[in-house]
Ligand binder design. Sequence first.
Ligand code: ADP
Ligand code: MG
Length: 478
Amino acid sequence: MEETPRPTTSSDLLEYFEGKIVGQPSTAERIIPFIQTYKAGLTSEHRPIGVFLLLGPTGTGKTRTVEVLAEALHGNAQRYLRIDCGEYQLDHEVAKLIGSPPGYLGHRETVPALSKQKLAESITPDCDISLVLFDEIEKAAPSLARLLLGLLDKGRLTLGDNTTVNFDKSLIFLTSNLGAREMMREMTPTFGFGGQPDHAERAQELAGKLESIALAAVKKMFSPEFVNRIDAVITYQPLSEAAIAKILEHQIDELQHHVNSRLGPRCFSIEVTQSARDFLLGRGVSVQYGARELKRVVYRFLTQPLATMVAENLVPPGSTVIAGVDAGNEKIDLQVRLAEHAVSPAEKPALLIVDDNAELLKYLKNVLKSERWEVRTAASAEAAVRCCEEQPIALALVDYMLPGMDGLALSKRLRATRPSLQLILMTGGGEMSVNEESGLGSDVPVLQKPFLIGDLVSLVQTRMQRGDADGALTVGSR
Ligand SMILES: Nc1ncnc2c1ncn2[C@@H]1O[C@H](COP(=O)(O)OP(=O)(O)O)[C@@H](O)[C@H]1O
Ligand SMILES: [Mg+2]
């Protein structure tokens, strides 16, 4: 996937960060100075570069903060060492973080989750700062806090096999939703969920209140020594409606970026109407989960159906897919609007009609064109062959009776140059069948003239989907 340029200066980093983390203004301001101090060579050794406690309700951007930093420093949102504390709820599970001492049964098989190697894997040649995340620490057994104490204090950790791992080039993040419930309660009576204080002064007052609630909860759970080793406590505010709408916008932009980089010259634009946005926001936001659900909802209602359309070749390059809401307000409805200036014909697999009846040729061309296909016509076998050399043809609709060469021979010849070519034969004879001695296989349908135009269109439709699928890529991945 195409990479965005990486921020280098402090203000670049700030800007990068603020463009990605919505509605949490102090986050970047608190973290970035620690990175700068390290880069200037001014951090004290034998300590992590910085230790941050990120507090606040679920789905407000705590984990995302570390991903954005990983993107900024290492060019990859997943390049950080993550310890999911939910997996260490019991003391013996916490022991897995450091591995068992030698002599214990199976000690060689246990790779400690906090090993030197894991740490080394989280850095890149461009940046030697490792990001270490202890996610949702409130879920871990109390012994984790004890283990962390040494790590936070001295920047090193002794493993079960007595080797030490150095964290003095690490930024350590601890996230927790401790106090989140009380924080929400504080928000609700005044502003309601998603409400935003109307005065900056009141916003500040509220932020202060939320911070002290969070801190009180932390002090209740962790020892004073532990709290003392934290460099900055950052409180995440519940997201306002406007912030969540902006996050949706980011996610739509990301989807567009993804389409552009995956499909290259075959890419298209995505336009999401206000009603579709409201639909996604309505389903993707909850008091309990913040914006967490939004990502899933976008994936399910927008990315997946779009990917299906792309795989079925229903989205021509350069067109615009407009996402609206269906009549029942049950799902997102995707409509393709064709580009005003079509993509150069050489890039686009087309449909070829071969018939020496000029009148019929013109009629069929108009009908199929109005179905949004790129249509070429040929009145003779030679013209058809030439046409196939000029441009990739996905499907040829060939009349049996042609001057000079019959339709079967021509079909065979065209298919020899492009094995994935889909074929449909037309005949006025009534008795023709393709599977016998034709050499074309039995998958070539024959339309008896006269035929209903609707039958032709639906036949072409299914064949076009089935046939030439090169360039049909799956959009979106998880
Ligand atoms: N403040 C925010 N800015 C941008 N995106 C956010 C924000 N908060 C949540 N999101 C979106 O919601 C998803 C879940 O948020 P996450 O950071 O995992 O929540 P938590 O605070 O529970 O760790 C993120 O991946 C991101 O897409
Ligand atoms: Mg999280």
